[in-house]
Write a new protein. Structure first.
Length: 225
């Protein structure tokens, strides 16, 4: 689920920069893009981070998506989910009880603070958890996804129970992560939590996506307008 990149960075200046940031609750965003471009970019490093250790990491990684510092407080965990876009991770502040857990492979990972960057296959259902007594801060970067082409289809899901967001993340999102890697989906653009534009490779791929949504309990509609 996690693969170390060849690139690594001097970690001490990054730790220093992160330690000196003003207090934040959950995340700090380091770059930005235009409205509606979350998955597709291009992203610009925020002016306050240009030329800093964190900004230099982003610059060296090339064309990347949204980059955030994510804080996990003591005893905190995410809910089980998949992401449509794979992620790069760099551990900056951690403790020995922090884990990324691949719930499909039943595997746990602890990322050491050594300047390494890890590519994480977030198509597997996973969580990050901090079982320790001190906060954890990771640099988390989205891998850009291809934008839709002219022949896009609008895909909408309605209904679902109170946990519809969670159900989307473990069904439709999981399928989407794989479908993009397998070439079944040639482009995706997020509109809202229930609505996206997609460019399927062919009719069968779109039918598969519709089936995944329906099997997860949603009313699915597709439209080309
Ligand atoms: Fe995730």
């Amino acid at each position: 689920m996690l693969k170390k990149l060849d690139q690594a960075f001097p970690i001490e200046p990054i730790i220093k920069q992160v330690s000196e940031l003003p207090y934040f609750e959950k995340f700090v965003q380091l770059n930005e893009t235009d409205e509606g471009r979350l998955f597709n970019g291009p992203y610009r490093i925020k002016p306050e981070f240009v030329g800093t250790p964190l900004g230099n990491v982003l610059g060296a990684l090339g064309a990347i998506g949204e980059a955030r510092l994510l804080k996990l407080k003591p005893e905190a965990s995410y809910m089980a989910h998949s992401d449509p876009d794979d992620r790069l991770h760099m551990s900056i502040i951690t403790n020995e009880y922090c884990r990324i857990i691949d719930l499909e492979e039943n595997q746990m990972y602890h990322l050491p603070v050594d300047g390494s960057v890890w590519l994480m296959n977030t198509g597997n259902i996973h969580v990050a958890s901090n079982f320790g007594a001190h906060e954890r801060i990771h640099l988390n970067i989205r891998v850009l996804l291809p934008d839709v082409k002219d022949n896009w289809v609008k895909f909408t899901v309605e209904g679902g129970d109170y946990d519809w967001r969670h159900i989307i993340q473990i069904s439709i999102t999981r399928w989407m992560n794989r479908a993009i890697k397998e070439g079944k989906m040639l482009g995706i653009r997020k509109l809202t939590d229930r609505e996206m534009l997609v460019t399927p490779r062919d009719a069968a791929c779109l039918e598969e996506l519709v089936r995944v949504g329906e099997q997860a309990g949603f009313t699915v509609t597709t439209s080309t307008v």
